[in-house]
Write a protein that binds this ligand. Sequence first.
Ligand SMILES: C[S@@+](CC[C@H](N)C(=O)[O-])C[C@H]1O[C@@H](n2cnc3c(N)ncnc32)[C@H](O)[C@@H]1O
Length: 234
Amino acid sequence: MTEQTESCDIKEKSCCCAGSAPEAKVDLKSHWDKAYESSDLNKLGWYEEIPEPSLRLLEKCKLDKEAAILNIGAGTSHFIDELIAQDYRRIIVNDISSVALERLKNRLDPVNLQRLEWICDDLTNPSELTKLEPVDLWHDRAVLHFFQDIKEQDTYFALLKSLVKTGGFAILAEFSLEAADKCSGLPVFRYSDEMLSEKLGNDFNLIESFKFTYQMPTGDDREYVYTLFKRLHP
Ligand SMILES: C[S@@+](CC[C@H](N)C(=O)[O-])C[C@H]1O[C@@H](n2cnc3c(N)ncnc32)[C@H](O)[C@@H]1O
């Protein structure tokens, strides 16, 4: 497995409608780097000690321990710790933020690092990600919903479709239609399971979906829709 976080040279990526000043231009890589620099990891607004709903869906996939699992926009998620604890051997960790990936790397036991591949890359303008071999599972919690622009969404779904094997799975957990309209100070595009099914098309079958109320470290609630898809056709 390779390590690519040290040479993360993603170009500046902007959003014209972030945070409390909707007109301000925000460099999204800097936004996420700052979020991970400036906070205790367990105070982040998306911190999950145990990613229970993701684990519930992972179990349904009944994957081999050698399965390739790609966690996109992983940040410092404990889903990675859980995959290691469950003895998965091919774990690919992606994020736009090199700070997040470094903090995650520093948190993990060094003896487990050889199971991990690190890819600092932008899902809406992917480069290194496009070079990956097909994967058995694509896992996304709270990433897709940041992509407001239809072109960004199309790029995301084209990448997913190019990377998930026939017989493989995608877990997508995003803000639901009832959810807040911002996350981490950025506007979000909210989803239902039907909307996600439509984006994935006929080659993917919705195996399971459920609503989940996540409680932030502040005590506030955030409404998610969790979905598990299986790819039936190439
Ligand atoms: C709300 S956090 C969720 C982090 C993690 N999935 C979790 O559940 O703890 C959103 C994550 O998406 C990453 N992200 C945002 N835009 C991205 C992009 N264009 N490409 C890759 N990662 C991105 C952020 O750096 C951040 O780690």
